[in-house]
Each structure stands twice: as structure tokens, then as C-alpha cells.
Design a protein around this ligand. Structure first.
Ligand SMILES: [Zn+2]
Length: 268
């Protein structure tokens, strides 16, 4: 999840208390990516940085770079590690990262997970928000920003699964079918929906829409699409698709269908 301007309010509703803790860092380490295009200072209040953070970092950074590129100028951020939330707060939030991590400005606050798949996912998710904010300061639509972050998280977790010889399981959110939005509703959102199940469905649908657009356009054209939407006075999300890539009403209807769970074997 991202925290900037009007989006911060929704975040506080679901995850209040993560940010704002007094920094009393006891250990730090520095990480780089792409020859110093991204430099990171990792801090923790514990006596040492968990080695898993260091091994998951390149997976997350590579996944983000593959999807959205790098900041155009060398840029630095801080990753603050926190203690995991209580068991009660974990219930029902398996892949929804809203209580586990947040990015604000040049800081990512994240709970130091011991599961490399989840840690890679959340690192990549938040790093993706940060890189998107660097590249497109005018801000992408909410569904696209979160959809990209989810895709980056998924790619990093897939790599972590291969490295650690595990299987990545991402079950559909609970009560998904009762909380689905239409394509028009999803793309009109400027704040996160209220309610845990609605938020979970939003993430699922944002990822599905972003992923299908990415597949339809291909990586190179998709990057052009992001550039078009990231301008200070962007067109509607549909306009470039119609004008430049000749999407028809049928194409948008097809996208709308992709926002529903597909039969067994289908991809979200
Ligand atoms: Zn996010």
C-alpha cells in the first residue's frame, strides 16, 4: 500500500500504529541496486539486520526493475524493519500487506518476515510504489499503482520460491465474489474501499486488470502506456488504449470479465 496525500487516511484505518514509532536504530546496513541507481539504508532496532532481508533485496529490486524500470536519477531510500504484528492482527491478512508494510516518501517500513516468499513479496510491493513515485511524480491511478505493486511482489515471491525450493500459494481472497467491483468502479477509485474483504478484493482486481493489460500490450508498449498516464495532466486510463492501441468496447468488456475469478486453471 502507498501512503501519500489522501491515500494515507485509508491506510491508518487498517494499519494505524505501524508508522510513527520513535526511531532507535541499533543496526544498519547498506544495499545497492543497478550499480548505485538505487541505494538503500536498512535499519532495525534489533542488534543485527536479518540476513534474509539482504538475500531477498536483490530479488525484490530485480522484479521491480523488470516491471517499471529504475528511477531516472540515482535515488536513495531507507527501509526500517519492525517487529512482526501480533497473531491477532495477522488473521485474515495473508497476502494483503496493509498491516505489514508501508511506503511514505523515501522510507519503507516493513515487518521483518521470516518467510522469504512473503518478505520478497512485500519488499518488492513497497519498492515498486517508491520507484513509481520517482518516475511518475504526478501519480498513477490507484488501481494501476497497486496493481503494479502486486505484480512486482508476485514476481519477487515467485523467484524466492524457486531459490528456496518452495511453492508460492496465493489463494483468492475470502468472500471475493461478494466484494467485486465493476471495471468502471475499480478504475474510478481514488481511495481504498472500506472493509477488509473489500480491500482484499480491490487488490486482487487491481492486479488482475494490470496483469491483463500488461499481457495484451506487451512489456515495451505497456511501459509507453505508463508514461502516457504518468504525465502531469494525464488522459483517462481508457483514452490511450482506444487511440493508440485500438481497444474497442469489446476489449473493455473482455477486461471487465477478467476482474472476476476465472474457472479452474485460469489466471487472475
Ligand atoms: Zn500497496
Amino acid at each position: 500500500m502507498i501512503s501519500s496525500g489522501w491515500r494515507v487516511v485509508a491506510w491508518w484505518l487498517v494499519a494505524g500504529g505501524l508508522a510513527g514509532l520513535p526511531p532507535a536504530d541499533a543496526a544498519t546496513t547498506n544495499l545497492v541496486h543497478a550499480g548505485g541507481q538505487i541505494t538503500v539504508t536498512v535499519t532495525t532496532k534489533q542488534t543485527e539486520i536479518p540476513p534474509l532481508v539482504v538475500t531477498c533485496w536483490p530479488l525484490a529490486a530485480k522484479a521491480v526493475e523488470s516491471l517499471v524500470g529504475l528511477p531516472e536519477e540515482p535515488a536513495s531510500l531507507t527501509i526500517r524493519l519492525r517487529e512482526p504484528p501480533s497473531f491477532g492482527r495477522r488473521l485474515g491478512t495473508f497476502w494483503q500487506e496493509e498491516v505489514f508494510a508501508i511506503q511514505h516518501g523515501d522510507v519503507i517500513e516493513i515487518y521483518a518476515e521470516k518467510d522469504p516468499l512473503k518478505l520478497s513479496f512485500r519488499l518488492a510491493h513497497e519498492l515498486c510504489h517508491w520507484v513509481v513515485a520517482q518516475r511518475y511524480p504526478a501519480q498513477l491511478p490507484l488501481w494501476l499503482d497497486e496493481g503494479l505493486a502486486q505484480m512486482a511482489g508476485d514476481a519477487a515471491a515467485q523467484t524466492a520460491a524457486r531459490v528456496h525450493k518452495q511453492s508460492l500459494l496465493r489463494p483468492e481472497p475470502l468472500k471475493l465474489s461478494g466484494n467485486l467491483l465493476t471495471l468502471r468502479e475499480l478504475t474510478a477509485l481514488t481511495t481504498y474501499p472500506a472493509g477488509r474483504h473489500r480491500v482484499a478484493a480491490f487488490y486482487w482486481q487491481a492486479e488482475a486488470l494490470t496483469r491483463h493489460l500488461h499481457q495484451r500490450l506487451g512489456a515495451k508498449e505497456f511501459a509507453e502506456y505508463l508514461t502516457l498516464l504518468g504525465t502531469p495532466t494525464p488522459p483517462t486510463w481508457q483514452a490511450p488504449l482506444r487511440e493508440r492501441w485500438y481497444f474497442s468496447d469489446d476489449d473493455f468488456a473482455w477486461l471487465d470479465e477478467r476482474l472476476h475469478p476465472q474457472p479452474a486453471g485460469g489466471t487472475p
